[in-house]
Write a protein that binds this ligand. Structure first.
Ligand SMILES: [Zn+2]
Ligand SMILES: [Zn+2]
Length: 212
């Protein structure tokens, strides 16, 4: 976000799919930003799998020993732990959690609804009923496409291609979490994909648009 000159401090809602480092270690910096930046309107809502509070506490205390309680209080942090099918209403968004299957840890994907428009995000997962539910529910869905072939923890580009075909009529499915190999494979196959800095704009007239 910094590289794109976007305001990190403006983030108020943060969805965590699972506790692997590439999906939650940045929270330390975000919380410290919130804690130390001067503002009357501090708020950060973290929606995450069970164990979120304990994991965040450990992470923050590892970064700077003993600062968890003050950081939690002074960053305006609210933690909401989800389970399968849980619906959370916050800041004008309705967020539904779907359990997905990723290695041996609890993982969730989310569908975020605003003004009747629904955007899905799978996080990391193999193909499972949670993934299909997320795509079925969504107008646009960003799905794990880590490698070319499926692995024991991730969907691959070939599964991505199948899902694009299967849901072509109802959902724009886009790849994310790609390795260089998966990205190159999909570009060669002629697929479009989001890049860093794209904005998905959802306004009250349900206009959807990807701006680059
Ligand atoms: Zn993961
Ligand atoms: Zn990951």
């Amino acid at each position: 976000m910094r590289a794109l000159d976007l305001d990190v401090f403006a983030v108020e809602l943060c969805l965590i799919t699972h506790f692997h480092a590439d999906h939650f270690f940045d929270l330390v910096i975000l919380l410290l930003e919130k804690r130390f930046k001067k503002s009357d309107n501090k708020r950060i809502i973290v929606i995450a799998p069970p164990g979120a509070e304990e994991n965040m506490k450990q992470l923050v205390n590892l970064a700077y020993p003993g600062i968890w309680q003050r950081t939690k209080a002074e960053s305006g942090l609210e933690i909401i732990e989800v389970d399968d099918g849980k619906v959370v209403d916050k800041l004008g968004y309705q967020i539904t959690a779907y359990r997905v299957e990723h290695e041996d840890i609890e993982a969730f994907g989310y569908v975020v609804e605003k003004s009747g428009y629904k955007a899905g995000f799978t996080g990391d997962s193999v193909l499972c009923s949670g993934i299909e539910q997320i795509i079925k529910q969504s107008n646009i869905a960003f799905i794990d496409t880590s490698f070319i072939d499926d692995t024991s923890g991730h969907m691959g580009a070939k599964t991505y291609q199948k899902l694009v075909k299967r849901y072509r009529q109802t959902c724009q499915v886009l790849p994310t979490h790609m390795s260089d190999d998966a990205r190159e494979y999909l570009i060669n196959e002629g697929y479009d994909m989001a890049v860093d800095g794209d904005n998905l704009i959802i306004d009250k007239n349900v206009i959807k648009e990807s701006e680059r």
